[in-house]
Ligand binder design. Structure first.
Ligand code: TYD
Ligand code: MG
Length: 453
């Protein structure tokens, strides 16, 4: 028997160390090192080297581009985010906070994807629970098999025998391999299980989804290590108290990483939201103060969202600045620009900012709508109803151009907006439908005098 070898691993980022250390030299986390038994793999570095000798360097022109006949997906949002269809032999990590709807979405995929055979492995729920959920989702795909198992070796045995097109593991943190003695969910278990799953998916051309939980800090619990290993990292996010869920990729070997998928959580599962702007804009009858519409872009997808602000006199000494769905540092920067460059007195005011629908967005083109709504709330003057904004605000109070202005203007036109404020420096502001008035502005001051007179 080989000698048991141990090493210490950071439970936060997976850094390995031969001895215990208090602070992780890689991620700076304190007290995160845990001793784990590691087992030397038989096929060590030497083994790999001999097999690799067979491949030779070849001119790039002689290489064949892989024919990747993708499996078409019924779910159009997932389809868009993945870059069109499931690639056979791909390993996809699907992360999100507990309760956000990961299991629901995956089971839904398994049930609606009639063209594929699916093996859904759950280590978290009982058969009864899954059956109940499946009934809620409206059972379909007869080729969907369900397995309650947490042993990696058993799962692989079943999968090799069944040969499904798609294998779903719910979740990677519940799997355990016999080769490793540490408990499920530890870095070494997660790493081992994921690498065996990767091997399985490449050898058998199976699409493997690994569901992974995310910690409060927003990292995939423990397995930061997984992100290099997998082909695609999908993230599911949203506010649990809101019904909307966003799906993004942070890594995608087979498509772009800036696409966004939007779902609505309903009583019978997750519904795809094909036209998000309509639901994100509150259909208001009167002009409101402290609410402006931003024409943002997520990936290639234009999205009109409502941004709300409340500005009030600070009751306590230090004014509060708080945001939902928007970067609070960016808000502070915009407030500083308004104070210093444009002469608005906001230093002693509380400012609350909220993006409607529980969305979390980062597009700098929202700046213009953010400052307009702040000024509107501060001055108690409403913004005209059918007006929207797309522009970035620079540190000297200038309004900077944003990307893909044409898509933003088209989306606004489609939704019936009559005016859109953009940067004067944006190119290509002509040739739009007569229905919308494109108003170029240069400085925050111009905007203020045009809107609030
Ligand atoms: P779940 O998929 O179990 O989350 P995760 O696997 O990410 O932990 O989702 C659980 C939540 O979704 C739960 O609070 C109930 C809700 N839900 C619905 O609103 N409608 C549905 O049809 C289903 C199946 C779940
Ligand atoms: Mg779950």
């Amino acid at each position: 028997m080989s000698k048991v070898k141990t090493a210490y691993f950071c439970q936060h980022c997976g850094t390995q160390s031969p001895k215990w250390v208090g602070k992780c030299p890689n991620c700076g986390e304190w007290n995160s090192f845990v001793e784990e038994i590691i087992q030397k793999q038989e096929s060590g570095a030497a083994g790999i080297r001999t097999t690799q000798k067979l491949s030779k360097p070849r001119p790039i022109h002689d290489l064949q581009a892989a024919q990747l006949p993708r499996y078409p997906i019924v779910d159009q949002e997932l389809n868009r985010v993945l870059g069109g269809g499931l690639v056979p032999g791909s390993l996809i990590l699907f992360g999100g906070e507990p309760g956000i709807g990961k299991s629901t979405l995956m089971l839904q995929l398994a049930l609606k994807q009639l063209n594929l055979s699916v093996l859904y492995v759950s280590g978290e729920e009982s058969e009864e629970q899954i059956r109940m959920r499946a009934e809620r989702l409206g059972l379909e795909n007869p080729r969907c098999l369900v397995l309650m198992e947490t042993s990696l070796e058993n799962i692989l045995l079943h999968a090799e025998e069944i040969k499904p097109d798609v294998l779903i593991i719910d979740s990677i943190q519940t799997l355990a391999s016999q080769n490793i003695e540490s408990s499920p969910g530890s870095v070494s278990q997660v790493r081992e299980c994921a690498s065996r799953m990767m091997k399985f998916s490449k050898e058998t051309n199976t699409v493997v989804f690994l569901i992974g939980h995310i910690t409060k800090e927003g990292t995939l619990a423990g397995p930061k290590v997984l992100e290099h290993m997998v082909d695609t990292v999908l993230q599911f996010e949203g506010d649990r108290h809101h019904i909307y869920r966003l799906m993004r990729t942070t890594k995608n070997r087979f498509g772009s990483t800036n696409e966004l998928g939007i779902y609505e959580m309903q009583g019978a599962g997750l519904r795809e939201v094909a036209n998000p702007s309509e639901i994100l804009i509150h259909s208001q009858t009167d002009d409101l103060t402290g609410a402006a519409i931003a024409a943002t872009l997520e990936g290639a997808r234009p999205l009109l969202v409502e941004i709300q602000a409340l500005v009030s006199t600070a009751v306590y000494g230090t004014p509060q600045r708080s945001t939902t769905g928007f970067d609070v540092r960016r808000l502070n920067m915009l407030l500083a620009v308004l104070e210093k460059k444009c002469g608005f007195r906001l230093a002693m005011k509380d400012v609350f900012l909220n993006i409607a629908g529980g969305m979390r967005l980062e597009d700098p083109a929202m700046d213009l709508a953010v400052i307009t709504t702040i000024l509107s709330s501060n001055a108690e003057i409403a913004i005209p109803k059918l007006t929207c904004f797309a522009g970035e605000v620079g540190l000297s109070g200038e309004i900077r151009p944003v990307t893909r202005i044409d898509s933003r203007i088209q989306e606004a036109t489609k939704l019936g907006f009559e005016e859109i404020y953009v940067s004067k420096y944006n190119k290509g502001l002509d040739g739009f439908s007569k229905k919308i008035k494109v108003i170029p502005v240069e400085k925050v001051g111009d905007l203020f005098s045009r809107i609030f007179g």
